[in-house]
Ligand binder design. Structure first.
Ligand code: GLN
Ligand code: ZN
Length: 743
């Protein structure tokens, strides 16, 4: 992208598209509720795009990415760009079709949604079959390119690459067994060629094709698809291919041989690619963009270290660039919106706007090369570190499961329970908002939450549930609730990042050693227990999930930070046990999310992640039962880790997969208690007694009935009481029915 040896080309690979003040959320939600028509929605979208271009333009980048705005999801945008909408989503209005695919409507179920690589962003899964008729629809890409060019910017259209698009897709329901979306690469590439031609004709010299799927292990068939796709496409425009989620690895030589003109390396996670490049005979004409500014975390870049990386790459190419490691989609827009954070923290942070400046200053040879200041002394807890050092190697081990089960309280066969949360009613949310704004004093808020706990206990007593929960009304969020009480964490005022569609989250910042200053949950659980003779489960969020849903310090290995969080939880578990809690559930819904994309990192990950969980939970007596909850049924590569958590009972999602997951668990040698969900809580539908009994019969046929628990797929916070009451009544009845059949 640059012609002289001296200059380094500054750019970023993508930018937040929710607006600095979550304008996207307000606009699309107003549209969905009928308060904003299509023209109004488009005007709001244009204003957000304009703000994005303002940011990119004023930073002084050498080129700016375009086409990175999205009304909902960039994978769905790609579905539209290649005209691959499923027939059931086609509508008169293109906007209606788009949102039908995203969210479903009266006629059709939406596309499935799943996590984007190892992040907490969720994308919509394209459905591709042998009959999907691809067609080029470059309208959005062209329009957004022209918007930027119209402002005199050097614009670079960005598209999700064809190989990743197909690897992220699933086979449509009508596809024959054995069909893989990637089988269609030969039909898709010509359509991409048409889109690239249209962009080139409009004046685009460079086009960025994102191939994040190449950051995972890829075999011969996939590499062949890369080769054929890029041999063809690199003849149409100058291509900048990005990965963004780790090293390209085995894909790197294939991309180079295929003739792509530029590669954007993720040098935050994929630094090994530089070693590979050094060993290959790379043409000095190849544009190499060094992704040294972390697109996934919020710490300031160590500019001195980054400059050294650039030096190393300059020895390999005459055309060097500097950029973010991936799109800035995963970081909040502007640090300047955070006025409450201590300056010792803000001086170490960079959100999207600040990262633009870092990229530009790295490209300017004479800019100062700032290093991070050393962390303040009080960010360090000698006590926590000494306690962790003193933990014996086997501190994460409990006595044998058999011995534990024998010691634990006897429950009826097929015990019934729930996953933890009860409906977060509008009234509860109003109380929380009033409390946050200072309109409700602590004592009133507290009393309101206690009343809710009492109501939730009464509901469960009436329904006849065996193991009760307090309902989690006091928790705004299962991670933030703990982050607010532990030192070492900060929460932001406006640090929103897109989770999916209009849903944004505000991850806490874990910046220092983690110290628990007192019990965090005991009061609520004990209060709930005081109201009933039935056991009440204590409810905690596990160390891996707390890390996964926070921005975590990058100055020490994740494993070390996980141990600190685990130690805080271990103390909480001990306090719960001392207060008389006989069952403690530690949720780890993000266990799979942090799993490394490449196999060679997985064993080490599983080792530290499960050790952290065990440190949190193994300090209890054999009599105390430890439960865990994982939110999904497709365990894939974490299945072996589930046994390694060493929990007495694991609840999982199972209703949609018809209990198939039990056989998978069995094959993975998991032989402890299991609560396969019998009620799909993602849907407002109330399952019948017969339906849940049928699921339970499958379960007791698959594994020893003494191991089976009866529960919904997940927490109930998003459901309404009108659904929860009848569904739980049916669940309890189904358990009774199958119990009587067993007897
Ligand atoms: N205990 C939490 C709840 O019931 C678990 C949530 C989750 O699995 N994501 O809401
Ligand atoms: Zn869940």
């Amino acid at each position: 992208m640059n012609d002289s040896k001296q200059t380094v080309h500054a750019t970023v690979l993508g930018y937040p598209r929710i607006g600095a003040d979550r304008e996207l959320k307000r606009a699309v939600e107003a549209h969905w509720s009928g308060r904003l028509d299509e023209a109004g929605l488009e005007a709001a979208a244009a204003a957000i795009r304009s703000q994005m271009l303002d940011d990119l333009a004023s930073a002084g980048l050498d080129s700016v990415p375009t086409g990175v705005f999205s009304l909902y999801d960039h994978v769905l945008d790609t579905v539209v760009a290649v005209d691959a909408l499923a027939p059931r989503h086609r509508r008169e209005s293109e906007t209606a079709a788009y949102f039908a695919a995203a969210r479903g409507d009266a006629e059709a179920a939406p596309l499935e949604m799943t996590k984007w690589f190892d992040t907490n962003y969720h994308y919509l899964v394209p459905e591709i079959g042998p009959g999907t008729a691809f067609r080029a629809r470059p309208g959005k890409a062209l329009a957004e390119y022209r918007e930027a060019v119209g402002r005199g910017l050097n614009a670079r259209p960005v598209l999700l690459g064809p190989v990743s698009f197909l690897l992220l897709a699933k086979a449509s329901d009508d596809a024959p067994i054995g069909f893989e979306p990637l089988d269609r690469i030969g039909d898709l590439v010509p359509v991409y060629a048409e889109i690239l031609s249209a962009l080139a004709e409009a004046g685009a010299e460079w086009v960025q094709l994102d191939e994040p799927a190449l950051c995972a292990d890829r075999g011969a068939v996939e590499l062949e698809a890369v080769r054929t796709a890029y041999e063809r496409l690199s003849s149409i425009a100058e291509l900048l291919v990005t990965g963004g989620y780790g090293p390209f690895g085995e894909s790197l030589p294939v991309l180079l041989e295929s003739g792509v003109q530029g590669l954007a390396l993720d040098l935050v996670r994929g630094g090994v690619d530089v070693d590979v490049l050094e060993s290959l005979n790379v043409s000095r004409e190849t544009f190499i963009s060094a992704g040294v500014v972390d697109g996934r975390n919020i710490w300031r870049t160590d500019l001195l270290a980054a400059a050294a990386e650039l030096e190393r790459l300059h020895r390999l190419t005459d055309r060097l660039g500097v950029s973010s490691s991936c799109s800035l989609l995963h970081v909040p827009v502007d640090l300047d919106a955070e006025t409450e954070l201590p300056s010792s923290l803000t001086e170490r942070l960079a959100f999207a706007r600040q990262k633009l400046r870092e990229v530009v200053s790295l490209a300017e040879a004479d800019a100062p090369r700032l290093q991070r200041p050393p962390a303040p002394d009080d960010w360090h807890s000698e006590t926590v570190r000494a306690r962790l050092d003193a933990l014996p190697e086997d501190a994460d081990r409990r006595v044998d499961y058999a011995e534990r089960v024998a010691a634990q309280d006897e429950l009826p066969p097929l015990p019934t329970t729930t996953i933890g949360s009860f409906p977060q009613t509008a009234e509860l949310r109003r109380a929380r908002a009033a409390h946050r704004r200072g309109l409700m004093i602590d004592a009133d808020y507290h009393a309101r939450m206690k009343a809710e706990v009492a109501a939730v206990i009464a509901e469960q007593e009436k329904l006849g549930v065996d193991v009760l929960v307090h309902g989690e009304p006091e928790r705004n969020d299962m991670v933030q609730y703990f982050a607010e009480q532990l030192t070492g964490f900060a929460t932001t005022a406006a640090g929103w990042v897109q989770s999916y569609g209009s849903r944004c989250v505000r991850p806490p910042i874990l910046y220092a050693d983690v110290v628990r200053t007192g019990p965090m949950t005991v009061e609520w659980t004990s209060y709930a227990q005081s109201l009933t003779d039935k056991p009440v489960k204590g409810m905690l969020t596990g160390p891996v999930t707390i890390l996964a849903w926070s921005f975590v310090r990058d100055d020490q290995p994740l494993a070390d930070t996980a141990e600190q969080v685990a130690l805080a939880l271990r103390d909480e578990v001990a306090d719960l046990e001392a207060a008389g809690t006989a069952i403690i559930q530690v949720d780890e819904p993000a266990l799979r999310e942090l799993l490394p994309l490449r196999r060679d990192g997985r064993a080490a990950y599983a080792a530290w992640a499960t050790r952290a969980f065990r440190i949190a939970t193994s300090g209890v007596k054999p009599e105390t039962a430890i439960h865990t909850h994982l939110c999904y049924s497709e365990f894939g590569d974490v299945i072996d880790a589930i046994a390694e958590l060493d929990a007495d009972v694991t609840s999982i999602e199972a209703s949609r997969s018809k209990m198939e997951v039990l056989a998978d668990l069995d094959r993975a040698d998991y032989r402890r208690g299991v609560g396969p969900g019998v009620w799909d809580i993602h849907s407002p539908r109330v399952p019948s007694v017969e339906e849940m009994a049928a699921s339970l019969r499958l379960a007791v046929a698959a594994v020893d009935p003494r191991r089976i628990w009866v529960n919904p797929d997940c927490g109930l916070k998003t459901r309404r009481y009108e659904e929860v009451r009848p569904a739980l009544a049916n669940m309890v009845e189904a358990a009774r029915l199958v119990r009587s059949e067993l007897a």
